[in-house]
Each structure stands twice: as structure tokens, then as C-alpha cells.
Design a binder for this molecule. Sequence first.
Ligand code: PLP
Length: 375
Amino acid sequence: MQFDQIIDRKDEYSYKWEKYKGKDILPMWVADSEFRCAEPILEALKARVEHGILGYNLPAQYEPGKQAITDWLARRHQWQVELDWIVWVPGVVPAFNMAAKAYCEPGDKVLVQTPNYPPMLAAPKNQQLERLDVPTVEVDGRWTLDFDTLEALAEDPKCKLFIMCNPMNPVGSVMTAEELERVSQICQRHGVTLCSDEIHCDLILEPGITHVPAGKVAGQETSSITLMAASKTFNIAGLGAAFAIIPDSRLRAQFVAAGAGMIPWVNSLGLIATEAAFTQCDDWYDAQLAYLRDNRDYLVREINQIPGLRLLKQDATYLAWIDASGLGIDNPQAYFESKGLGPSPGADFGDKQFVRINFACPRAYLEEAIKRLKA
Ligand SMILES: Cc1ncc(COP(=O)(O)O)c(C=O)c1O
């Protein structure tokens, strides 16, 4: 099984592996995978490098890449997108920061759900804007938004933008069509632009669960921007390629203007890898989903047998949000590290009683992690 392969990343300056270098701690934090890329991606990259010239290129005119995105979205998400709605960006993080700059003025406020991916929590402040926190709540064994708080906060006339994360990182929920409809109505009622980070949208693990892109929700064509990438799903995050889908030409122009002079064009390797991922890797993709689903099921089973730990079965992402409050200790992160595991600290996401474990790794790593935790 290809995903069982152990690949040594210790000498590659990997963000994930550098942190615990030289220590007997299994790194399970940064959201990239331990899986070798699909061969068509590697072949496409080799061919591009073999050409020998790596000068400036024009992402905006790279039609095969945009076509690959529109075909993928039509095929996988039943969303018909026009080529000129697509804006390449070198990352989803710069993109939601651009959105905060584009759609707000000094003194404005930005809605962000919590807990959340740390750069998303930081985005409003980067633009001298105030962050309004929308809590995530557990309802019937599933994390969802606290809609009453969302509605109450959105009423503030200074509130101009909602930077939403769907599927949610770290809690792993996928918003239902009804929930998105509710978000959409709240945003429209109060003139709030929706910026939806959907970087994990191709990592839906639970059969029968469907991801609905924000821009596909009725009424959101003119008031939303949807951010996506092949980076998490196909393990090409280091190549720095993502895209925004902005159907409305005015919102698109404002978004592009917000990056002027600061946001570089996406490099040719990132473009080519994205195109190959969306056009030639379906078998690899389906096999990876099955592998991740098994990893998730294994982790849920094992974690919930450990006294003091609790993990809800999530529908999406390869990130497990583990409630360690039952341990009755002040610092779960230090506890996990003392056991030889390096998760992401829940404190960074907004709740120090949790840790986040990345399970996009060979099953052997997970088994080792559980063995260490139980020791
Ligand atoms: C929700 C979310 N958004 C964005 C990113 C990173 O995006 P990029 O590397 O494209 O800037 C991550 C990475 O973990 C993420 O989880």
C-alpha cells in the first residue's frame, strides 16, 4: 500500500519535522501529509524542470490550469465556475489577509469562528481590524457554529466581513447546505461579505457528506469569495499555489488591488502541480481518502479508550481535535510531548484543553503514537 511507505523528511528542512529534530518526539502537527505525491504530479514537475528555463510566467493567462480547476469543481462539487472568476494566489493565508484589506476600512470588524487555524485568528489584527469571535459548539456529537452569536455580532454596523473556515479546522465539521443557507442569510441581511476558506474541501472522509462551496449558495455569487487549493489534498503545499473564486467583478478587482505590490505571482511549478493534481490523479485521490478514513476510524476508536481523552468522529480533514480536559491537567500539550508525541497546541487555536493531531501519515506512525500514549 503506497500510503504505508515511510519517507524520511528529517533532512529536508520540513516545517513539521524541524521542531522536534534530535528529540524522540513524533511530529504530528503542521497540516501537510507524510505521503509521496501522486506520480503524475511528480512527472509534470520533472518535465517542467527539464525545460530548463524558470523565468517569469503569467498565471492569469494559464488557461489549462484554470480549466483544470473548473473541471474539477464541476466534477467533484457540481459547481459551474467561469474561468475569469479564478484568481491565482500564492497561498490561502495571503488570500484571506487580502480579503480583510480589500473589504474593510480602518475601524471595521471581522467575524471569525473559534477555535480556528491560528493565521485566521490573526488576520483581522494584521489589518488593524477588530476580531469578533463566533464560537463553535458541540450539538449531537458534531461541532457547528453558534448561529445565535453569529447573528448578534453580524448586526454591528461595523462588521463587514466573515472569514469562515469550511470544512472547519481544527474541529473537522463540514457545514450542511442548511447551515450555509443560514450563514448566507445572516451575511446578506447585515451587508457582510463572506470569505470562505475551503482548503480542506476535498478531504471529505465520511460517505454521504457533501461539501457545498460558499459561492454556490444562492445569493452568495455576488457577495462571497471562496478560497481553495490542491495543496492539502495532494500534498503540494510547499509549492505555494492556491486560488480564489470570485464571481463578482467588483469584489474581484478589490481583492486583486489589495495584493498590489506585495503578493507575488504564483510560480510555474505550483501551477503545473495543481493542474496535474486536478486532471490526472483521481485514483491516487480516492485511495488516499480511503486510507485517511481508516486512519480516522482507528484514531477515534483508540483515543476514546484512553481515560481522560475524547475525540468526536469528524466528517472531514486529516486533523483530529482531541479533548484532553478529562486528564485534569493544566498543559495537555506538555503532557503529549512528555509521551513522545508532538501535536499542535490547542492553545494556538483558542482552547488549551485540546490538542490537534495530524493523521495524514502511515498507519505505523499512528500505531506508534497510540502505543506511546498508552504507555
Ligand atoms: C484552514 C487553513 N487555511 C489555510 C491554510 C494554509 O494555506 P496556505 O498554505 O495556502 O497559505 C491551512 C493550513 O494548514 C489551513 O488549515
